[in-house]
Design a protein around this ligand. Structure first.
Ligand code: HAM
Length: 419
């Protein structure tokens, strides 16, 4: 039998689990500082939720199956559709705006490359009900706060920001209708990955002229907003970005951001500002990505509400921190190891452990017959602060030996004096 987990998935042994819990703890802590509330949804959703005809990779990568009643279900590849479903379900009762976060596990049947796996955890931060770029600024500030929190600097990360409105203006000028906006963006996003002819062919099948590629590439090469303006970029889109950079300066995170009009993003639902962060050096997939999606709810048959957010994966950030030697040392969480020298002291040892646990300490009680030497080595390896020993002679006098494992100092204590 093959003992590996399915390809692209991970086991989390305690050492890895400590790191995972640490990272998720940082996600939650930053979300708390920004006043976002946590939500969750099932990892299994109705497959319908992901039916989109925009040629997105994500839709081809979905794990789907039928349940025993023949329902078509899917493992969520991303959280945004579930969140949109939840917002729609509550309708007006929710009281906008909402600022919510979650750390869901997402599943995508992807080709495996560095930092790209078939399951990943993705910190999601989303704002519903705020139409202006104050929401984008808040979200970018949160992503940067996470980078800072885990010890990264502006030199380590490249955060690219653009707006699909720039493309929207350009596509309208080329006669591309609203209904094709999403699919055409998805195709233009592929220009970096697939040959131009393939993109041209797919554009052609949508009835769109290949010339839009030239216009898009012309825009993509602009280094500044002024250049984009000179090329006739959409004025509202440009103003949004100008304002966003101003607000980012107020948050003190503008030094992390860079205007990059070549950024489109591969999901069809984005309508305005889009952003994506990459490690500054080397070939990596993105650390996080997001943007504004003001028209997603109507795609589900509801009334649109302005929305924007981002997803921040766990895999790339961990690889990057490892590469940079900045993963934290995470000590074990044991306060006391309790050890009974003799079998008849086992019940008293349990009483002592119970007392310590009631006081909130983390206690590893040695459950089996062991030698003293083993208990020392074990307590050391567990990174415990103290070893609490029940020895026959001392116990008869009603005391325990308590050894401070950092200083080696040993004292006698009555059980009620421990804390
Ligand atoms: P996304 O760009 O597809 O956006 O994913 C967001 C992040 O999740 C990526 O930048 C990456 O860190 C991580 N990620 C995605 N796929 C994988 C994978 N196969 N292996 C490892 N990490 C991965 C979304 O999913 C949007 N729903 C984000 C969003 C939220 N937009 C608005 N709100």
């Amino acid at each position: 039998m093959n003992l590996s987990p399915p390809r692209g998935t991970r086991d989390f042994y305690p050492a890895e689990m400590r790191l995972r819990s640490w990272l998720h703890g940082r996600f939650r802590e930053v979300a708390r500082r920004f006043g976002f509330e946590e939500y969750d949804a099932p990892v299994v959703e109705s497959a319908d939720l992901y039916v989109r005809k925009a040629g997105e990779e994500i839709v081809d990568q979905i794990y789907t199956f039928q349940d025993k009643s023949g329902r078509d279900l899917a493992l969520r590849p991303e959280m945004t559709p579930s969140l949109a479903r939840m917002v729609l379900q509550r309708g007006g009762a929710l009281g906008l705006p909402i600022k919510w976060f979650s750390v869901p596990q997402c599943w995508r049947y992807e080709r495996m490359t560095r930092g790209r796996r078939r399951e990943h955890f993705q910190w999601n931060m989303d704002v519903f009900g705020v139409p202006g770029v104050t929401a984008e600024a808040e979200l970018l500030a949160a992503a940067v706060a996470l980078f800072e929190d885990v010890g990264l600097t502006a030199g380590d990360v490249d955060v690219r920001v653009s707006s699909r409105r720039l493309l929207e203006g350009l596509l309208q000028a080329e006669g591309v209708g609203d209904d094709l906006f999403g699919p055409v963006c998805v195709l233009l996003d592929k220009l970096e990955k697939v040959p131009r002819e393939a993109v041209e062919e797919e554009l052609g099948s949508l009835g769109v002229e290949a010339a839009v590629i030239d216009r898009a590439l012309e825009f993509a090469s602009c280094a500044t907003l002024e250049e984009a303006r000179a090329l006739g970029g959409d004025e509202q889109g440009l103003q949004d970005l100008e304002r966003l950079f101003e607000l980012a300066a107020a948050y003190g995170c503008d030094g992390w951001l860079r205007f990059d009009p070549s950024l489109v993003r591969g999901l069809a639902y984005y309508t305005g500002v889009v952003f994506e962060a990459f490690p500054a050096r080397g070939e990596w997939r993105a650390l996080c990505g997001g943007g504004r999606y003001d028209r997603l709810l109507s795609a589900f048959g509801g009334r649109d509400v302005p929305a924007c957010g981002f997803g921040f994966g766990d895999a790339v950030i961990m690889e990057l921190l490892k590469d940079l030697g900045r993963l934290p040392e995470l000590p074990g969480r044991i306060d006391d190891v309790v050890f009974a020298f003799a079998a008849d002291l086992r019940a008293p040892a349990m009483e002592v452990a119970a007392r310590l646990r009631r006081s909130g300490r983390s206690v590893d009680l040695i459950l089996e017959e062991r030698r003293m030497k083993w208990a020392f080595r074990h307590a050391d390896a567990a990174g415990a602060a103290r070893l609490v020993l029940l020895a026959p002679e001392e116990w008869e006098r009603g005391v325990l030996k308590v050894r401070d494992l950092s200083t080696g100092e040993e004292v006698e204590r009555r059980p009620e004096e421990l804390g």
